[in-house]
Design a binder for this molecule. Sequence first.
Ligand code: ADE
Length: 232
Amino acid sequence: MVDIGFIGALEAEVSELINALSNKKEEKVGGITFYTGSIFGKKIAVARCGVGKVFAAMCAQAMIVKYSPKLIVNTGVAGSLSKELKVFDMLICRRACQYDMDTSATGDPIGLISGINRVYFESCNAAVECILNSVSDIGISVKVGTVATGDRFVASPEMKKYIKDNFDAMACEMEGGAVAQVAYVNNTDFLIIRAISDSADDSADMDYMTFLPIAAANSSKLCFKLIENYNC
Ligand code: ADE
């Protein structure tokens, strides 16, 4: 069993965590490489899942079955949907949804995940509070709000508005809502930590490529704060 399991889609989103592991071990489960070891005396697992909801869900399920993390954390970058979130700012997600889940033609609310009958998954409150109490000294602006997940890189004002208007979300990305759903059905606490790399508009692709490394490093900084301070 590990204390905290971290999942990021890209190498840049997990490399600092993997490099910090002491007594590092490497193991392949279901095609995904998991790294385990300790940081600040806590037992940690880290994996790079790849981009999108399917890879994220596979990785979260494998991590839970193999390592039973007390808390599962999705870390990485996101597109901003809010004037309050600029490039390099952080969003700690109070809740996550999947904006591309849509059975509204059958009368359901947009975003409803049938079977479990919910649109939003709530993050672990203790983990949210822990981060908020640990980041006052790191010089990064940190907000709390909703993240919206879908299998699409959002790069247009129209799609931005659709997600914002329908889900009251502050940022969009491609994995968090899937990790959240898997955590929910496995009765496991989760948290999503995202740094803004772009504004999900016409310049999103260029900004993303330019700002990804620093934004991903900001997200890792908060992960280290969580590891240091979270009472597992
Ligand atoms: N991750 C970072 N920026 C994103 C965007 N604009 N859309 C989806 N995922 C993202």
